[in-house]
Design a binder for this molecule. Sequence first.
Ligand code: GAF
Length: 392
Amino acid sequence: MTDPARPGPARPGPAGEVTDRAAAGFLHRYGEPPAGRWAAPGRANLIGEHTDYNDGFVLPFTLPLRTVVAAAPQDGGRWTVWSELSDSPVEFGVAEVTAPGRVTGWGAYVAGVVWALRDAGHHVPGARLAIASDVPVGSGLSSSAALEGAVLAALVDLGGVDLPAERRPRLAQRAENAYVGVPTGIMDQSAVIRCRPGHALFLDCRTESVEHIPFDLAAAGLAVLVIDSRAPHRHAGGEYASRRTSCEQAAELLGVAALRDVPAAGLDEALARLDDDETRRRVRHVVTEDQRVLDTVELLRAGRIRDIGPLLTASHASMRDDFEITVPEIDTAVEAALSAGAYGARMTGGGFGGCVLALIDADRADAVTAAITTAYAARNFPTPTPTFHRLP
Ligand code: GAF
């Protein structure tokens, strides 16, 4: 999730391959080559939105967009961070990572990782870092988690820390929740650290157990079109936190640890116990969304990719009508994609802007993009940006 404090909107990435840019940036900035380069990708979520902090299920996959950190150790317990997306480097020392919040802006994601590693008792060497990224900032494709994941990988390697992949997402999430102060769930950090190419990551957010679900779109003649709606984030931080609070309060009213514990078959009974209509709709979204993730996984296991389309579209309707996290640009893009023949379409990510994904026949990418662009023009929305239309 994007911190409102980060510079935005996304600037187009500079020319050149991202790993080369990170290494060249390091050389240019620090006058010597880096000790290595570490990368983490952006992600889209196929289905399972706002279920992660309800201990539920999600199904993200990574995109061929990456954040790369070139780094080398530095003496004296200091961290110097240069990013191609910012005009000023960030520098901090041990004093700034003894407690959360002492570094702000985009540097907080780096300082947060240093803080979380140290707070967990790991040795973190001082370091110089140079960051380059193709993951657009503010588009809901987890640029924050990609930054955290890449920085974490770099610092763990430079420090010789033994931290297996399955334990890294919680640590990166802690950096974001406690240091940066954004109350996200575990999905994005898990996606960027644990996803495999060509697969979607079926994650149980309570147990953190994962199953890598084959998602071979090309073999089925399909593609996923990811389109940046270019809708400005509208109070995204506060709205996200308020959805999370509603869910936690509803779980308490229902006497369960988390909404994941309300089974789909028991939904009507649970809803009947809630007085407030808004709370009922929030609960209905989460419970039905968990079930849609499970149904999607079943279809993918059976190789029936096209058949997940209606589940994607139902997820969107639930986010629009029950969870109320979509905006007119996003709804327009989804409707246009469906009218142009998409099997299913939905907003992906935290909401109030960000990207739409559409499951389409691979040869329909241009036609679906054109339909969305035309629908946008009719409403005087800014031209939407196709981010990509294939999985790696
Ligand atoms: C954002 C958050 F960071 C995730 O944890 C998740 O809650 C998502 O919104 C909604 O599914 O990306």
